[in-house]
Structure formats: C-alpha cells, structure tokens
Design a protein around this ligand. Structure first.
Ligand code: PY5
Length: 309
C-alpha cells in the first residue's frame, strides 16, 4: 500500500500517481541513474521531524551526478529546500526515508551518457526496518565488489546495485541476513548496502575510501562519534579473516542504522551478542539523529519549525 501522496518530479511537487516515466527511459535499460537515501527521524517530545545530514546527502548526489554526466539543475541548498517542502506537504509524524533519484531520461536506444536529457525525482515514504534488530548473521559473498574502474562505488549509481542485489539475495537464499563483499584484491569492502566496522584491541577499524566502498555518511558519523567517545579509529585495509577474530563487527548505513553482526560465515563474533563499543556508539547515534545532542544539532534539519519556512 502506498503511504505517500506526493513526489517532486519535473520541477513540481505533484500527486504521486502523476510521477511516472516511459518504458523507453534510457536509465531503465542501462542503469544510468544516481540516487540517495536520506532519513528523517520523528522526535516525540518536540513533535518535530528532523532530516539527518540532508545537505551532505545532496552534495553526494551532486558528486555522483558529476561522475555520470547527469545535469541536476539545482544546488544542494535548493534540493534541501524542495525536500522540506515535500515533507511538509506529506505531513509525516513518524520516521521516514527520502529517496532522491536523478537519471538519464532520454528515450533512445543507444547506450551512452552524453547528449541525453536527465530528470530528477524525490519522494519520501514511512521508514521500514531494513535489517533485523538485535544482531545479524552474515556471510562473505562469492560476488566481488564493483571496481572503481568498472562502476565507481563512490557514486551511488542505480546500475551498481545489481552487484548489491546479487550479493544480498545469495546471502538471503543461504539463510543469512546480509552479505559482506570483498574487493577484487580480496580485502573487505562493505555490506550490500552498508559500510562495515570491526573492533580489534579496542580500536575501531574500517576500510578506506579507496577500497571500492560508498563513502558513507553514516560511516563518517560513526567516526566522528567514536572520536568524541575517545575510541581510537583507523581507516585501513581489512582482511576477510579479521572479521572472524574481531571483538566486534557492525554495519552502518542510512537505511540500516547501526546494526551489530553476531556471526560471520558461521563463526560467532566475540560473545555472540552486540559488543560494548557498538552499544555505546548506537546509543549516542540514536540520540544524535533525533536532534537530542546539542553538539550535533546542526546535522538535524527541523521540517516543521524551519526558519526558512
Ligand atoms: N554502502 C552501500 C553500497 C550503500 O548502498 C549504502 C547506503 C552505504 C554503504 C551506507 O551509506 P550511507 O551511510 O551514506 O547511507 N545504502 C542505502 C541507504 O539508504 C540503501 C540502498 C538500498 O542506506
């Protein structure tokens, strides 16, 4: 059942039924679109909806678009403004997930990026839990992560999600909750739609941005929060077997939030329960995203009491 009433499409906020594309749309055939996933969190006490790190998400959308030669005729600030308008029209009073997408909309057979029009759409839907809560069981996928010189992972390209979907479904059909994908060089890249952190001897470790990962905004948030909590952080290549011997492993992403991994390839991680460093970070993260931590309040844009209103 569709729970959202509107979409921003072709320059206007319109009824969602009017936001449709042709079967001849180039991006449908060739995966030549870029997108974002942004969350807004409902704060009961303040009766306010806060969009988390919205500007950073739109800056990443613009960077992804630059890589695919997609022309988005709006600045990050304009995109934020449109999103706030859309959310106000919807009037959500619950957690929501916002999906902007820009794509090659030309209706032509040839595969290319040049000389094709593009379009932008934004819609928002009530948020649904992305991964099971309380600890997930993962497997290392037999699929490898797309290389920067094949399909750049740092851009959030629709076509690259074939790689994610193959890995996710392989894991699901094998009875796991999520997949971890390795690079062609055999090092750990990330989950199918999440970045990964491990803890070794109290240090938080995550693969570097050159490891064919999406440069995750939640990853950046986790690094900042860890530094605040005095937890040392290292960005360096991670071996597959480091996952097996780590004290803690967790995934993070906009949709997934912070999700503890309790088993990798049928090996129990730590005690088989969410670890202490994860729990500290998760507690802080949950408060930060709902605008409850003064220091990070600037990451949270209020929808209903925005000064720009
Ligand atoms: N890696 C991949 C491949 C991702 O798709 C995502 C986000 C992340 C990492 C985490 O990035 P961020 O913290 O910036 O969200 N995935 C999308 C999301 O909205 C979901 C795609 C289905 O979480």
């Amino acid at each position: 059942m569709v729970k959202n009433k509107y979409a921003f499409f072709r320059g206007e906020i319109r009824p969602i039924e009017e936001a449709k594309v042709s079967i001849m749309t180039s991006a449908l055939h060739y995966g030549t679109g870029v997108f974002e996933g942004i969350r807004a969190f409902w704060n009961k006490e303040e009766e306010e909806l806060f969009v988390f790190r919205m500007r950073e998400h739109y800056l990443r959308l613009l960077r992804s678009a630059r890589i695919l030669l997609i022309d988005i005729p709006y600045s990050a600030d304009e995109l934020c403004h449109i999103t706030l308008e859309l959310l106000r029209r919807e009037g959500f009073r619950e957690d929501v997930y916002i999906r902007p997408i820009a794509f090659k909309s030309g209706e032509e057979i040839g595969v290319r990026l040049h000389n094709l029009e593009s379009e932008l759409a934004i819609f928002a839907v009530p948020f649904q839990l992305y991964l099971p809560e309380g600890g997930i069981r993962v497997m290392v996928s037999s699929w490898r992560r797309v290389e920067d010189n094949a399909i750049p992972a740092r851009a959030k390209i629709t076509g690259a999600y074939v790689n994610s979907a193959l890995a996710k479904t392989e894991a699901y059909l094998a009875g796991f909750d999520e997949a971890i994908v390795l690079n062609e060089d055999g090092h750990v890249a990330e989950g199918s739609a999440e970045n990964i952190f491990i803890v070794r001897e109290g240090t938080l470790i995550t693969p570097p941005v050159t490891a064919n990962i999406l440069e995750g905004i939640t990853r950046h948030t986790v690094i900042s929060l860890a530094q605040d909590l005095g937890i040392p952080v290292e960005e360096r290549p991670v071996d597959r077997t480091e996952l097996y011997v780590a004290e803690e492993v967790f995934l993070c992403g906009t949709a997934a939030g912070l999700s503890p991994v309790v088993e990798v390839d049928r090996r129990k991680i730590g005690t088989g329960k969410p670890g202490p460093i994860f729990l500290r970070l998760q507690e802080l993260y949950e408060n930060v995203v709902r605008g409850k931590v003064e220091k990070y309040r600037s990451w949270c844009t209020p929808v209903y009491s925005s000064p720009a209103r």
